[in-house]
Design a binder for this molecule. Structure first.
Ligand SMILES: Nc1ncnc2c1ncn2[C@@H]1O[C@H](COP(=O)(O)OP(=O)(O)O)[C@@H](O)[C@H]1O
Ligand SMILES: [Mg+2]
Length: 313
């Protein structure tokens, strides 16, 4: 991750009538990356986004956009942001082009060329002359994004952009978001409550739950992190002795009782080491099998609010 952050959240907190909705969120987002806010409904994603686009005040903490403080230097900060919170505001009785012109007129310095450029970017150039009421939901979504991009923001924020889209629409969205981040070096922030969508769309994911940041991970790390498997050792000569040996030799590995033997949660390469250590101490194991922990299990585990969740409190 090189260069300075496009967006920086430092201990961002939102309280509404005494209730903490967003709880000390701290993370950075860089140009050219697609950053996902992942969390179950009510996690605080929309509230966070509302603060990012200046629709809501921040109770505590700071947000910087391209180094500008969104509270104390609002104008300078917000000029870098384009966003859609909930639904894009469009006039169905106007054509796509007329909609873009309308919004261009509300912003300083947007040229005719830029209107064409954003339309091409979201692949709507051939439908610009048609009225928006004839557009599919996906096309409206794209027109909304084109509109949000008119003033060349370096940060694009989309709240649950896949809501209501069919699989083809979701795929299209993914493709042009990717294009935007690569060709215009935009920092794209998308939120969703669906893990599989985030997996396909994002470079990094912040998992939030009950307003708190659970973890920020590179998608690669996220998958690798969760590819730690549970291994079951069964038909073990002397189960109690085996457990003792493992705990002694591998202090960081935990062993759990299982119905037919013992369960060990660790990486694949440790399993070979554990088995040879047991053999060396005269314990034979006749069966080992692995159970993959899926990303989904991992997500459920970290968002269920049970004891696995790392909180700041
Ligand atoms: N204006 C508000 N007043 C009171 N509570 C709110 C307000 N906005 C959001 N909330 C509460 O904050 C929590 C987070 O909401 P939200 O940010 O919309 O979550 P998400 O977008 O992740 O589903 C929810 O429990 C919601 O009911
Ligand atoms: Mg929401």
């Amino acid at each position: 991750m090189s260069g300075k952050s496009a967006v920086q959240l430092i201990n961002v907190t939102k309280k509404i009538s005494g209730k903490t909705i967003v709880d000390h969120l701290t993370f950075d987002i860089y140009r050219g990356e697609i950053f996902g806010l992942l969390g179950p409904n009510g996690a605080g994603k929309t509230t966070t986004i509302r603060m990012l686009v200046g629709l809501m005040s921040i109770t505590e903490g700071e947000i910087f956009i391209q180094g500008k403080n969104i509270s104390s230097d609002f104008k300078a900060a917000i000029q870098h942001v384009g966003g859609i919170v909930e639904n894009p505001e469009l006039y169905p009785f106007l054509t796509g082009y007329q909609n873009l012109v309308h919004f261009a007129n509300m912003t300083q310095g947007v040229s005719k060329e830029r209107i064409q450029e954003v339309a091409t970017l979201v692949n709507l150039e051939k439908r610009l002359k048609d009225k928006v009421k004839t557009y599919s939901l996906g096309m409206r979504q794209r027109l909304g994004i084109a509109q949000a991009l008119l003033h060349k923001p370096s940060v694009l924020i989309l709240d649950e952009p896949t809501n209501g889209l069919d699989p083809a629409g979701i795929r299209e969205l993914r493709d042009y978001i990717r294009k935007l981040s690569q060709e215009e070096k935009v920092a794209v922030i998308v939120s969703s409550h669906l893990l599989t969508e985030m997996e396909l769309m994002c470079d990094r994911i912040a998992v939030i739950n009950q307003g708190k940041l659970i973890e920020v991970k590179n998608l690669k790390e996220f998958i690798q992190g969760s590819s730690e498997n549970v291994f079951t050792f069964f038909e073990v000569d002397d189960l109690n002795k085996a457990k003792e040996i493992i705990t002694e030799a591998f202090s960081d590995i935990q062993v759990f009782e299982a119905r037919n033997g013992m369960e060990i949660k660790t990486s694949r390469k440790n399993i070979a080491l554990i088995n040879s250590e047991l053999n060396r101490k005269g314990i034979q194991v006749y069966g080992i099998y692995s159970q993959k922990i899926s990303l989904e299990d991992k997500f459920l585990e970290i968002t269920r609010g049970d004891h696995h969740v790392k909180t700041n409190s």
